[in-house]
Design a binder for this molecule. Structure first.
Ligand SMILES: [Zn+2]
Length: 143
């Protein structure tokens, strides 16, 4: 399927992470624009599946990005020094992987590719391995 020029970032509100996410997606996926859906500590919210109101709101925003911009790449992001989700990197990554599972179960229209990103202490985004089975031939980046 041809890649849309839009991707969708599902990330924390933290302003320090946005440029790294955008740069990574533009450089590695050839997209031009990144629709950005933010919620403080979003990977925790999705992984825990307790805050149904917020999850429904995130879902509606994903549907909008897919419908309006034909986005077929969604990046779920965890990041260093997250005030809303102050857990270690390992747990962040587990939460991102769990979030990906949950998003896949939502059966979003167009069956978008869903990847996980970690934004490190230099505010650079890197791909989280094991979240991109479809992408054979692409080496996982070190995190
Ligand atoms: Zn955060």
């Amino acid at each position: 399927m041809a890649r849309s020029i839009f991707a969708t970032s599902l990330c924390c509100i933290d302003g320090r992470i946005q440029i790294g996410i955008h740069d990574f997606l533009r450089k590695n996926y050839g997209v031009h624009y990144i629709d950005t859906i933010t919620e403080p500590g979003v990977n925790k919210i999705l992984a825990e599946m307790e805050d149904v109101f917020t999850i429904n709101s995130l879902y509606q925003k994903l549907l909008a990005s897919i419908a309006f911009h034909q986005s077929n790449l969604i990046a779920v992001v965890g990041h260093y020094d997250c005030i809303a989700n102050p857990v270690n990197k390992e747990l962040h990554i587990q939460q991102v992987l769990k979030s990906i599972e949950i998003l896949k179960k939502m059966q979003l229209p167009g069956n978008p590719e869903i990847i996980g990103l970690w934004v490190n202490e230099n505010w650079e985004a890197t791909l989280i391995p094991n979240s991109f089975e479809e992408e054979q031939g692409k080496e996982p980046l070190s995190i």
